[in-house]
Design a binder for this molecule. Sequence first.
Ligand SMILES: [Zn+2]
Ligand SMILES: [Zn+2]
Length: 272
Amino acid sequence: MIHDVITLTINSYVAYLFIVLIGRLIEGWANKVNINLLNSIGLNLRCALLNALTQAITLTVVPVVTVVTVNAAGGGWLVLPSSGWMLFPAFLLYAFTMDFFEYLFHRAQHRIPIMWAMHSLHHSDSAMNVSTTHRHHCAEFAIKSITIYMVGGIIFKANSSIMGLYVLINFFNFFAHMNLRVGFGRWWMVINSPQYHRIHHSSLREHWDCNFCGLFPIFDVIFHTFYIPKKDEYPPTGLDTGEYPSGLIEAAFWPLRSLWRGAKIIDGANVE
Ligand SMILES: [Zn+2]
Ligand SMILES: [Zn+2]
């Protein structure tokens, strides 16, 4: 088991480093580097390593819980085809449903105080870039595994082709977090973009609580949480309080930060 955890941790972290390296090369070509960005990347690399470890532990332990629950619920109500021409529509159904669950989870993260206490770590990056993609609290994956991922497992009996394609399409998240002046103009509704997701990370009040989607903005349209970015609208990112974790330990205990004396801020007076 420990061997599995170590192998999973190394594999997912190496994949993350590779994507961040490619993303940074592209971002570096488009933008200047500053000290704020270097600090951000340094922390994000450490957060991602902790997340790779906690995800590997979760993936090793939680499947036992998930399988028991899914079996108790009748085990995958909808059997998705594994080959033939039906594979593509089946994948679309799976991807849209899971992205809908991601949307609901994200809404809950902004609505429920304890969940916002965790998720605000992701929003604390004032120099949002490709590495911000994995600046999430280390407990988040475990919580998703026993909520939305488990519900997905109860609804669908998905084969490895569909699951693999879904993992692949989620690499798009790295693109959405990149610091690039890329939006899709009047096609904004088709899929998330760096501009559309930057609005979600904006520190400006007029952008709060909008553009929650993971992959498909259609869910923002259905629930009226969309904000169509204006041409050349690329707002500053980060928390309005300017709070950010000074290191990995503070990031790991981020939800308890109100107890943490002297939380860091970028500008102005200490808010704690
Ligand atoms: Zn958010
Ligand atoms: Zn984000």
